[in-house]
Design a protein around this ligand. Structure first.
Ligand code: NAD
Ligand code: MN
Length: 805
């Protein structure tokens, strides 16, 4: 036998990692308690559940089953801890977080082995990816704790945060949640997934080791319906951060709607993996392995839809099959294994069910010739070809090692196929042509787009979804905003609460929830008002639109009459009729949404051009400053000087958003990986808006201007009480070269119109100013794809008109 023969016939030997230290660690501690206020406590229910090792189906450990009494105790501990943790200097928080990161590294092997045994994923992945990234998250966010006061001035922690995580990356998801929360001064109650609690419990020990103050982080193991739901509904929690399935995300969205809880949702995906014919096919094959067989495909951003340019489809498929034949599946603690076990029998059945459905639907299935171990929950890597884009396996998230392949001919077709999904979490583009890759990438509706690579994560770069993949970002500076709120928001909420209790006088009510926009002395205001009265008393009322000049609605750049044929009266502050506006209905809203949708080319236009149009609007408004001021006085009875000030503030705000139009560009991240991350801000799409009653002009423009500055198109429902300032604006829009359909105005009764908007599939986001009940109702209706309006974030001023009444 020569060397060549030996080389050819050589088999892999096993390279087992010992489970002994992890088993010993479990044995000394179980049954595990709950971690509340830095202590291990028995669950109120006295019940325990088994955590299973999916690679052999045997129980691994007993963990506590918390119930709502434990949730109450944990939230109380977190609330008490928030009092001091929220005020602890950033540098002190940074030291704790730095210590946590160090301790994770010190215990890295135990954590990696525990994670592999509890979840079924290979030790190669836990050792080389999960645990190092966990440490990286704490180091990175320790830095933000240090820098919070200088880099996020005017922001405060949110308070007590409830965090709910899935089983696919147990400790990594914990780190994604806890690190930014602590960095920004929040306290936490975290629920690990039912199947994978052990590394979270080891993490609790680490917090004891570093001496983190009691109550800052509390960990409750148990069942979803007992712990998860109780957390979501708990009245003393200020924010819920959730990662998991879209269905559960939707139910959490409903449960938190109208409660004032901040929410971020990281949900499912069906991410496209697009291969152009000039791609390096050998790299592509390894990319596919990482995209869909990494973690047995139980990855929210798994590249589960392979889109291949037609002329290379056959050669790529045969290369892929050859590679799949060589994948090694087996004992997750074997260091030479590529794929481990599926997390649970239920998950395995679900994968089997969907795969059978794929076969029934007529797609062609291929699996390697080797067999999976029969002990434990294993499923082989699977490739479907001949898949029709509308079939179940092409649309539904399988969350297993199953790849579905489709072909395309042109880049345009690739983009259309890629975006043909309810989701929008991630995408990969493979091409050696940089022009093609950079042209296609921004057209994909996905939170992350990888070019010639896939499944790359780092703490420095925000991760999160579009559409039914949820909203909010984790990682990067962009992720910090999920865990802070502007300090002024607190004050205006307090004012709103006081008002709800009847503690605010009528005079205060007019400016409630907003900063005062009037800088002049009280006397001057009174004089200004007197001047206006004089002005009108002298018979200049003719400058006001008379009743027969009923403003129409504004749809697709045209003034249109309401479909209903009805109008509604608008009153002044003394309850005299000053005009009528159209009574908008379902059909008007539909027309407006259609127009807004059709105007989506606005997003593709040059940012410079959008800025120019906004400046032009300011200019045209300035010419008619008096007229608009009179209109405000007429509707509200406020002093003339105050009204002038509102118009001037509106003009200034148009300048601000014009300025932002070509400056809110995003950032470049430098993760410790090959390449760079370009984090770009994109428009959301069609935004529906119910505008506030306070400051009818400023409130309207403060919502519309930032939205269109960022390339969105708008359907606005002006203030129900004082819509005339908004309807008058169409004259400004018409004279400012604003393209048709970018801003549409439908007048009428706020809540019914909002319901139609929220129901409409082509509305991507909504601003709602109205009653708490309305907010709750809409939140429930709206579901999971309601994004936080990212475009407005640094332009805090727009929030300043947010009012509850
Ligand atoms: P899941 O939604 O069933 O469970 C996630 C977590 O929520 C678990 O801790 C569970 O106990 C809890 N939970 C379940 N029902 C609840 C309820 N009614 N109220 C409160 N909490 C509840 O999801 P899963 O099966 O554990 O995880 C798989 C899913 O997670 C996949 O759809 C995947 O795409 C998604 N996921 C998304 C991301 C992301 O970042 N977007 C990351 C990982 C996983
Ligand atoms: Mn387990």
């Amino acid at each position: 036998m020569n060397v060549m023969d030996i080389f050819e016939t050589m088999e892999y030997g096993p390279a087992p990692e010992s489970p002994a230290p992890a088993l010993q660690w479990i044995k000394e501690r179980q049954p595990f308690g709950l971690f509340i206020n830095n202590q291990w406590v028995k669950p109120a229910s006295a019940q325990y559940i088994d955590s299973i090792n999916p690679s052999n189906g045997k129980p691994l450990a007993q963990v506590a089953a918390a119930n709502s009494a434990d949730v109450d105790a944990a939230v109380a501990a977190a609330r008490a801890a928030f009092e001091s943790w929220g005020k602890t200097p950033g540098h002190v928080r940074a030291r704790y977080m730095y210590a946590i990161a160090r301790h994770i590294q010190k215990h890295s092997r135990l954590l990696a082995v525990l994670e592999s045994m509890d979840n079924g994923k290979s030790i190669r992945e836990t050792r080389d990816l999960d645990i190092p990234l966990v440490a990286r998250h704490f180091y990175y966010h320790a830095g933000w704790a240090q820098l919070m006061s200088s880099e996020l001035p005017g922001y405060e922690p949110v308070g007590v945060v409830g965090q709910i995580i899935p089983w696919n990356f147990p400790l990594l998801m914990l780190a994604w949640k806890i690190a930014p929360a602590l960095a920004m001064g929040n306290t936490v109650v975290l629920k690990p997934a039912r199947y994978t609690s052990l590394t979270a419990l080891k993490f609790a020990e680490i917090m004891q080791e570093v001496g983190l103050p009691a109550g800052v982080v509390n960990i409750l193991t148990g069942e979803a319906f007992q712990v998860g739901e109780a957390l979501v509904r708990h009245p003393d929690i200020n924010k819920i951060a959730f990662t998991g399935s879209t269905d559960v995300g939707r139910s959490i969205r409903r449960a938190t709607a109208g409660s004032g809880k901040k929410l971020s949702l990281e949900l499912g995906g069906k991410s496209p993996f697009i291969v152009f014919d000039d791609a390096d096919l050998d790299s592509v094959v390894e990319g596919v392995v990482d995209a869909i067989w990494f973690n047995q495909g139980q990855v929210c951003c798994a590249g589960s839809r392979l889109l291949v340019q037609e002329d290379i489809a056959d050669s790529l498929t045969s290369k892929l099959r050859a590679r799949m034949e060589k994948l090694r599946l087996g004992d997750p603690l074997d260091k030479a294994v590529d794929m481990g076990a599926i997390v649970s029998p239920g998950q395995l059945e679900e994968i089997q069910r969907l795969v059978s459905q794929g076969v029934e639907e007529g797609a062609e299935m291929w699996q390697p010739s080797w067999a999976c171990p029969t002990e434990g929950y294993f499923f082989p890597p699977t490739l479907f070809t001949n898949v029709a884009p509308a079939t179940t396996i092409a649309q539904v998230e399988i969350f297993g090692p199953v790849l579905v392949a489709m072909t395309f001919r042109t880049p345009t077709e690739a983009v259309a196929l890629a975006n043909n999904t309810r989701y929008g979490l991630a995408a990969s583009v493979w091409s050696e042509n940089i022009n093609l890759a950079l042209d296609v990438a921004p057209k994909l509706k996905a939170g992350s787009v990888w070019v010639n690579c896939t499944n790359m994560f780092d703490a420095s770069s925000g991760f999160g979804g579009y559409r039914e993949s949820g909203f909010g970002r984790e990682g990067g500076k962009e992720g910090l905003y999920e865990y802070v709120r502007p300090a002024w928001e607190n004050q205006s909420l307090m004012k709103a609460a006081a008002h709800a209790n009847g503690a605010v006088s009528a005079g205060e009510k007019a400016v409630e929830g907003t900063q005062s926009i009037v800088s002049g002395e009280d006397d001057e205001q009174a004089n200004g008002y007197a001047a206006w009265q004089l002005y009108s008393d002298k018979g200049f009322t003719a400058t006001l639109p008379s009743i027969d000049r009923t403003p129409k609605m504004f749809i697709k750049g045209k003034q249109v009459r309401p479909d209903s044929g009805y109008s509604r009266d608008i009153y002044d502050s003394q309850h005299r009729v000053i005009g009528q506006v159209g009574e908008g209905n379902r059909k008007d809203i539909r027309n407006a949404v259609e127009a807004a949708h059709a105007a989506s080319g606005w997003a593709a236009g040059a940012t410079h051009n959008r800025a120019q149009i906004l400046y032009y609007m300011a200019e045209n408004l300035a010419i008619r400053e008096e007229e608009f001021a009179h209109r405000i006085v007429q509707q509200s009875g406020r002093p003339y000087a105050d009204a002038v000030s509102e118009v001037q503030t509106t003009i200034s705000r148009l300048f601000s958003y014009a300025a932002w139009a070509d400056k809110y560009e995003g950032v470049v991240h430098r993760p410790p990986l090959r390449g760079v991350v370009l984090a770009m801000n994109e428009p959301i799409g069609v935004i529906g808006m119910a505008c506030p009653d306070e400051y009818p002009m400023l409130g309207f423009i403060s919502l519309v201007a930032p939205a269109i500055a960022m390339g969105n198109t708008v359907v606005a429902i002006p203030s129900q009480r004082s819509p005339l300032s908004a309807t008058d604006c169409y004259q400004v829009f018409e004279t400012s070269d604003l393209p048709d359909g970018v801003v549409n105005i439908v007048t009428g009764e706020r809540d019914p119109l909002c319901q139609v908007l929220a129901d409409h599939d082509d509305v991507d986001a909504m601003w709602y100013f109205g009653s708490a009940e309305g907010e709750e109702y809409l939140g429930a209706l709206w579901g999971v794809s309601n994004p936080d309006i990212l475009v407005n974030r640094p332009v805090e001023a727009v929030y300043r008109v947010r009012v509850h009444y």
